[in-house]
Design a protein around this ligand. Structure first.
Ligand code: ATP
Ligand code: MG
Length: 460
């Protein structure tokens, strides 16, 4: 390795150690060439965008910008004006950066390189956290735009799919385990739809007694029942007019209310409790549940006709253990959020992040979010493996895949598994995997069958 001793004092500095030094910088360093291609980036990019250096190098910065990794863009200005630029940027993971971009010009006065440094702004503003309980209806349209963080191809294709259905008014059913982000996805669908200027109202069907749920949804006329408000009350169906109504935990809705809801979906009309007059509404309904509705239909706990009406577009949010590539980006996102909320500046060690990716997360994203909040509050300046709760250690010890391989064959098998899964997640077809890994398609099919059973199919 070339010695760089003339650059440093009394130290044998190799290029390798210089790269290491840059990687230890807490600021992000980002270098673009004249075509806006990223030719260098240090490790800080992972905490800002959840992307590994390898995922960034050689990419076009325009492309990454268009994929929403940061905003606003500074490239056009710097390249056009050929002047240094300073700007505040926000990343996909919610990090707020103060970025400076310096163009370096060649002798023809063309931009040869742009050297960008981005420093995270701590405690820049206190983020207002969303209300978590949402027992009755809550109006989300006034809140700041939500960010749905993901690095997972499966979830990305769900998002792409929701953009396609954004122009339609079809009812959407989101199924998935508790804490997988069904509520977040519902809001995302609303925000990408043509109804985004309208209200987004949520009601949690499990949290409200059946009778109350009916009047919350349908509203009531003056004096409809004892204790009713004298002036009556408009229901959520009416309040959500021109917008989206999110029926959370729809599996808990009583059978009689299910019948009434079915009518609303079919006719787009309803009659308030105690009233006579029909009201017409223009709403989109998104429903979510962590129960198996198809099974409930068989057991006659859920109306079949309503099930088919809701099921027009059916999306399944995968559990976090099936999208491990989301664990690190989500962890950083929550770290940024809670650092800001509690006005702290905690860091997290790489070993600790690795440990988080081994755990199975039965409570999914919510469990991860709660853990990071606790760690930000309770740990020292660097969150480390020793800060993790015991249950995470214990479950990892029980996992044979995490113990050292017992033979060379096992080690090779594990490495093969990792490579095939990665390629299949990216390409999703045996033909492309074959091409990617330079193997025959027959071999690719065999390997996919062996290693990727859980990644296959799962249409949504
Ligand atoms: N992709 C994501 N990006 C950022 N935050 C997320 C993401 N998914 C989930 N969260 C956060 O995790 C928590 C749980 O998400 P959410 O409430 O949407 O899950 P859920 O599937 O509706 O759970 P439940 O079935 O228990 O209602 C929320 O605080 C949400 O902000
Ligand atoms: Mg929810």
């Amino acid at each position: 390795m070339k010695q760089l001793s003339n650059l440093t004092k009394n130290v044998d500095m190799t290029l390798e150690s210089l790269v290491k030094i840059l990687d230890y910088s807490s600021d992000e360093i980002f270098v673009l060439d004249g075509n806006k291609t990223i030719i260098y980036v240090n490790s800080a990019c992972e905490k800002h965008y959840g992307l590994k250096k390898e995922d960034v190098l050689g990419k076009s910065s325009v492309e990454l910008f268009e994929q929403g990794y940061w905003k606003p863009s500074l490239a056009p200005e710097v390249y056009e004006k050929k002047k240094p630029l300073f700007m505040k940027q926000t990343t996909n993971l919610g990090a707020e950066l103060l970025t400076s971009a310096i163009p370096i010009l060649n002798e023809n006065n063309e931009v040869e390189l742009v050297v960008t440094t981005a420093r995270e702004l701590q405690n820049y503003n206190l983020l207002k956290r969303n209300e978590k309980t949402g027992v009755s209806a809550s109006k989300h349209s006034e809140q700041t735009e939500i960010d749905l963080i993901t690095n997972c191809e499966k979830v990305k294709s769900i998002l792409k799919f929701t953009q396609k259905i954004a122009v339609t008014n079809s009812t959407v059913l989101i199924q998935g385990e508790s804490g997988t982000g069904k509520g977040v996805l519902a809001r995302y669908i609303h925000q990408t739809s043509k109804r985004k200027e309208g209200p987004f109202l949520t009601i949690n069907c499990a949290a409200i007694p059946a009778e109350l749920l009916e009047s919350e949804l349908f509203g009531y006329t003056p004096g409809a029942f004892t204790g009713a408000n004298r002036t009556g009350k408009i229901g959520l169906l009416e309040a959500a007019d021109q917008g989206t109504l999110f029926l959370d935990e729809i599996g808990e809705m009583s059978l009689s209310l299910q019948a009434k809801l079915l009518q609303v979906i079919q006719d787009k009309k309803f009659i308030p409790v105690g009233g006579y007059e029909e009201k017409k509404v223009d709403i989109r309904i998104i429903a979510a549940t962590n129960r198996n509705l198809a099974e409930m239909v068989q057991q006659r706990q859920f109306r079949e006709d309503l099930y088919y009406r809701l099921n027009v577009i059916d999306i399944k949010m995968p559990p976090l253990r099936e999208r491990k590539e989301d664990i690190i980006p989500l962890s950083y996102n929550f770290l940024h959020t809670f650092n800001r909320l509690y006005e702290m500046n905690k860091l997290i060690s790489q070993e600790c992040l690795d440990m988080l990716t081994y755990y199975s997360w039965p409570g999914n994203v919510r469990q991860l979010e709660n853990l990071i909040e606790r760690l930000v509050v309770t740990s020292d300046s660097i969150i480390d493996v020793s800060d993790l709760p015991e249950m995470i250690y214990e479950s990892i010890q029980d996992n044979p895949a995490l113990s050292p391989p017992s033979s060379l064959n096992e080690a090779i098998d594990r490495a093969k598994r990792e490579i095939v899964r990665k390629s299949f997640q990216k390409h999703k077809s045996s033909r492309k995997v074959a091409k990617d890994l330079k193997i025959s398609q027959t071999n690719a099919v065999k390997l996919i069958q062996k290693y990727c059973e859980d990644l296959r199919d799962h249409s949504f």
